[in-house]
Structure formats: C-alpha cells, structure tokens
Design a protein around this ligand. Structure first.
Ligand code: NAP
Length: 270
C-alpha cells in the first residue's frame, strides 16, 4: 500500500471482520485514520475495506492472519515495517469466547481463548508499543469486557483472559504515562454481535436476556473510540454496565462469587 496521505494517522484493528472490531474500524475511518484490518476472513476484510475507502476516502490495507498462531504478531509487524508503515493506533479487539462448565470443555478450548485473548494481544503490544514509545506518540485500545471485573462461572477462562487484559492495560497506562502513549481498556457489556449469536445458539437462556442488557455495537464502538482518543484508561460503555461495575466494586468478593454461582446454576450453565 502506498500511502497517498502520509500525514494521516494509521490505526491497526484486529478482529475487524465483524462485530465490535468492524464498528471500531468505521469509527477510526470516519475520523480520517488510514487503516490496517486484521482477521482470518480475507473476503469480509476486503468488503469492509472497499466500503470504508468509498465512504471515508481513507487508505485501507487488508492483512488476513490467524493471530492465534505463534509469531503471527511479529510476522505482521515485519510485513508492515517492510511496507514502510508505522502504526499510530493499535486496536487489540480480536477475541473468542466459549461458554459452559470448565470441566466439560476440552483443553483445546481453553487454549484457543488464551492463545488469542492473551498471547496474541500481548505479542501485538510487544510488536508495536515500543516503537510508539520511541516516537513519543501512540494510542492503544485493548478490548476487555465487563467480565474482567469479577469471576464469571460458566465463562471462567474467558473472564480470566479479560481480567488479564484489564490488568495489563492499567499497568501499561501507568508505565507509559509520560511517554506520549495512552493505553485504554474498552470493557463492553453484552453486545449484539456474532459472538452473542453464537453464545445464544449454545445456550437458550442467553437468547432470553432482556433487551435493556444488550448494547448496540455502534454505541460501544463510538464510546470506545472516544475513550481511546481521550486517553482514558478504562471505558465501560452504557449506564447499565457502569452500574454493574460500580456495584461489583462495592460488593465483597465472597458475595460476588455466590451471586454469580447462583445465577449460573439457575440458568443451567454449569
Ligand atoms: N459481544 C459481546 O457481548 C462482547 C462483550 C464484551 C467484550 N467483547 C469482546 O469484544 C471483542 C470483539 O468481539 P465481538 O463481539 O465483536 O465478536 P465477533 O463478532 O465474533 O468478532 C470477533 C473477531 O475476532 C476475529 N478473530 C477470531 N479469531 C481470530 C484469530 N484466531 N485470528 C484473528 N482474528 C480472529 C474474528 O474474525 P475471523 O473469524 O474472520 O478471524 C472477528 O473479526 C472480543 O475481544 C470480545 O471478547 C464482546
């Protein structure tokens, strides 16, 4: 990709082929960022790239990749380096979720979540943030979840991976405070995306969730984009989710575990 407008900031968005990542790519493009779109589905990325070029006049590069494969992040960074591109904004959004009792899930299911949600996210930070710090400018948006704030029986490994993302983000935000690089954790509640469709297909209870608990993807992306550009450390989109996080912070851990356990058992999730 030859960058026609070299002064435009470049945002790299992982998991851009659907859901929150696709919506975040739209937000950055609308604000004039050139883009690198990453996910496994090359056809969906190409379609999104074409739409964003037409709608916003930005330059979009498509980089199909399975980020869960070892060294995928380093290989991606090397390809961009060879193309003379430096990433100004890293949006670490790609993630997977598997629901159910821990003991009934194969080891490979836990590994897939850890490989993508933790290992790939960390490798991408390691590949791109040192250069940002050296340049004295950059932004990172790590997509965690409200599941990061408390244990979630039936989503045990997933919630643990998101707690990692939140903790890492908070530490890096402090480490990088005077470097010109900001680090933000976007912590959405339940959001209407293909991930929610898959969870509903696996568990009928999920499809019966009240609508007020389900966030709109465009709204989540809009709030995440604003928080990233503002350099906020934590962004919890939506009043219902903010209230839930506040309540969980004010509740003793033993009680949180008990309530979460009761809810999970009642809804037959483990
Ligand atoms: N939806 C929710 O309720 C919710 C709530 C809180 C947090 N989140 C978080 O938000 C993020 C986005 O989720 P979403 O709801 O938008 O889900 P989604 O629509 O399923 O999107 C997931 C994205 O990740 C990509 N991806 C999956 N495996 C990958 C891999 N191995 N390598 C590269 N890309 C991969 C997918 O693309 P390909 O399949 O094309 O690779 C897709 O673009 C995740 O981190 C999720 O944990 C979601």
């Amino acid at each position: 990709m030859s960058r026609v407008r070299p002064h435009q900031p470049l945002a790299l968005v992982t998991g851009a082929s659907s859901g929150i990542g696709e919506a975040l790519a739209g937000q950055f493009a609308a604000a004039g960022h050139d883009l690198v779109l990453v996910a496994r589905s090359a056809d969906k990325l190409q379609a999104l790239a074409a739409a964003l070029r037409t709608r916003h006049g930005v330059t979009v590069r498509v980089e199909p990749a399975d980020l869960a494969v070892p060294h995928a992040a380093a290989a991606l960074a090397a390809r961009l380096d060879r193309a003379g591109l430096s990433v100004d904004v890293l949006v670490n959004n790609a993630g997977v979720l598997a629901q159910g009792a821990f003991v009934r899930q194969e080891a490979s299911v836990h590994r897939q979540m850890i490989d993508l949600n933790i290992t790939a996210l960390t490798a991408l930070l390691s590949a791109f943030v040192p250069a940002m710090a050296q340049r004295g400018a950059g932004r990172v948006l790590n997509v965690a979840s409200i599941a990061a704030f408390q244990p979630v029986p039936s989503l045990a490994t997933y919630a643990a991976t998101k707690a990692y993302v939140l903790s890492l983000t908070e530490s890096l935000a402090v480490e990088l405070r005077d470097s010109g690089v900001t680090v933000t954790a976007l912590c959405p509640g339940i959001t209407a995306t293909p991930m929610l469709d898959s969870a509903a297909a696996a568990n009928a209870q999920v499809s019966r969730l009240p609508g007020m608990l389900i966030g709109r993807v465009e709204e989540v992306a809009r709030e995440g984009f604003a928080a990233c550009m503002n350099g906020d450390v934590i962004c919890v989109p939506g009043a219902v989710n903010q209230a839930a996080v506040l309540a969980s912070r004010g509740t003793p851990k033993w009680l949180l575990r008990r309530v979460a356990g009761l809810f999970g058992r009642k809804t037959g999730q483990f």
